[in-house]
Ligand binder design. Structure first.
Ligand code: GLN
Length: 209
């Protein structure tokens, strides 16, 4: 019986698919051989091993999350320990405190950090760089698109990466708090699966090659 269960059990990772860069994350999960499901409605959360919150527009996603009745069930699932990975707007949604956003924007509070939305300002609002990333060997390519940064982290939150140089040098752009991880940038657009693999292995405890 145990054998049968291990043979047929296949973890499924959800991708919040209300708006934004969903397909890019799905492609990375395909590359890693991980089954996935779009999450648009509360029932799509059933049985997930982890969830990814993509980039896009956090205020729009906030509205759609409420409209679809997903806010409470998703908050509950996160409170219950569902591992989550947010990129860019996804990081904003997961944070406990968000600066420069709308009052009615969602703060899921799964990550004890203060995030500043659109933090890099007009001149450098989109850029690419290579980062050192804790837990990953070698430089990680990082694409920033009207990205937030993390202004401060709560106790127990690990800083995984900072901007190495330029006007925003030192800005915190990747964090982890237990089963929850977030990046200001978009690892899903660079053809590099290492950040997702780190999340799936370390935060979600999945056996990913
Ligand atoms: N600026 C967007 C927001 O506030 C985030 C940008 C992104 O996800 N690329 O939600």
């Amino acid at each position: 019986m145990t054998e049968l269960l291990t043979e047929t059990y296949r973890p499924v990772v959800g991708v919040l698919a209300l708006q934004g860069g969903v397909v890019e994350h799905e492609r990375v999960l395909d590359d890693l051989g991980v089954a996935h499901r779009k999450v648009r409605l509360p029932e799509h959360l059933d049985g997930l091993s982890a969830i990814i919150l993509p980039g896009g527009e956090s205020t729009t996603m906030s509205k759609l999350m409420r409209f679809n009745g997903l806010l409470e069930p998703l908050s509950d699932a996160l409170r219950g320990g569902l591992p989550a990975f947010g990129t860019c707007a996804g990081m904003i949604l997961l944070a406990s405190t968000v600066l420069d956003t709308r009052d009615d924007a969602v703060r899921l509070g799964a990550l004890d950090v203060t995030v500043r939305r659109n933090a890099f300002g007009r001149q450098v609002d989109s850029f690419e760089t290579d980062l050192a990333f804790a837990g990953i060997d070698g430089p990680v390519p990082a694409t920033f698109i009207r990205a937030p940064w993390v202004e401060s982290v709560g106790e127990g939150v690990e800083v995984l990466a900072t901007v190495p140089e330029g006007p925003a040098a030192g800005a915190i752009v990747a964090v982890r708090d237990g089963a929850v991880m977030a990046t200001s940038f978009h690892p899903e657009v660079d053809g590099d699966v290492r950040v997702h693999r780190l999340f799936l292995r370390e935060c979600a405890g999945l056996d990913v090659a």
